[in-house]
Design a protein around this ligand. Sequence first.
Ligand code: SAM
Ligand code: SF4
Length: 475
Amino acid sequence: MTRGLPKIDVEGLKSFIDEEKIENLIAKKENDKGKIREIIAKSLAKNRLELEEMAALLNAEDPDLVAEIKEGARELKRRIYGNRIVLFAPLYVGNDCINNCSYCGFRASNLELVRRTLSLKELEKEVRTLESRGHKRLILVYGEHPRYDADFIYETTRKVYETKEGKGEIRRVNINAAPFDVEGFKKIKSAGIGTFQVFQETYHQKTYASVHPSGLKSNYLWRLFAFDRAMEAGIDDVGMGALIGLYNHKFEALAMLQHTIHLEEKFGVGPHTISFPRIEPAIGTKFADRPPYQASDEDFMKMIAVIRLAVPYTGMILTAREPVALRNEAISYGVSQIDAGSDIGVGAYAKEDEVESAKKSQFVLSDNRSLDDVIGQLCEHGFLPSFCTGCYRLGRTGEHFMEFAIPGFVKKFCTPNAILTLTEYLLDYASPETKEKGLKRIKEELADIPQTNPIKQQLLEKLSEVENGKRDLFF
Ligand code: SAM
Ligand code: SF4
């Protein structure tokens, strides 16, 4: 059914998360240097890790060992993914919600939140505003409500793709919404979505039950099997996540690996991206001020490095919930996608509404830099900001997997496409300072491609076409 809420059916399903095994694994200590080094080497040789191996990395506490783990993650990123970092913006379509997740500002019982759902006209204005700033990739976010059914997600996605402002356009729409049944997922796929994200929030069943007291979301198994249904419906790119702060972060990281293994075994492919948002304060939401298991910055950064090593083929997302310095460090460990210039209040980009953004927001952001500032600073730090959507447009789903698995893929496709899309941004939207930093960065990247590489000539030709006004060129 695509109209209204899906009918939940979990008959015959059994959780594939082995809580007892995970609890036993995280209770251990690990200080065997040789073993840790072997595990890092296995990952650098492009192998996904097993639960025991990931647990050993998470349990290592000796500062020298932790430094080696972080260096391992950096090395993996350098070798496989290069300097690129993909940029996107979240667009909140509606904050109505029937659920009561303790940590979320959108929960039904929160009377302090101002409820809003964008009309298609308002959505169009939001998209035009984002396009006029240079965005090319969006994630649409929805509460869980009968009005945000599969048909609504379809319509809103189509609207985004159809809306064009000047030279701007959105080339990839990802979705973060409640999980659907197979039919609903099929409808949503037909709108041409990129990734469908569903965060399990916590994989620990008892905790899950206590923070999701009512509404559809209270059904753990329905959510746990969301990607099975999505993949059955033909959606290959799924975005996994755990909300850090509800339960032990090591447990969640290992459970995400177990979820990954489940998908690999059943569908031959793991998640496209992994997210690990930490709980942030939210309006009218005491729970979020003091989450029971908040990970310290130190534990959080180590977890990010360990996830990079454990699932070397997935994209990793870190949002503007986190402050600038921490995001920069996380990028060096392999975070591959960040949002920039984000405002998470419903209707907040076009600023047409009297109500201030915070009263319509799900939580509070820490990184409030504009897209232009983020791009300038990334360039200064030697990264290569990218708006590439080449794989998605050419039907190459699972791009992160290909970057990882196909030798030379990044050099052949990703870096040239990053250079082309960054050039578009610099010509069409950048401030003079960012333009200068960006052009310098592109020069450096071009200098790294040997003259003998046939891609170089093709790239230079495409770049001169972009300079002459052509847009949307990619390999
Ligand atoms: N309503 C859908 C759902 O729950 O699946 C869509 C996603 S919700 C709008 C997006 C995500 O925000 C949630 O999955 C949760 O992980 C995260 N979130 C909720 N409250 C948060 C908070 N206080 N701080 C940080 N992230 C939060
Ligand atoms: Fe609703 Fe999602 Fe927030 Fe839960 S996390 S209250 S389902 S918007």
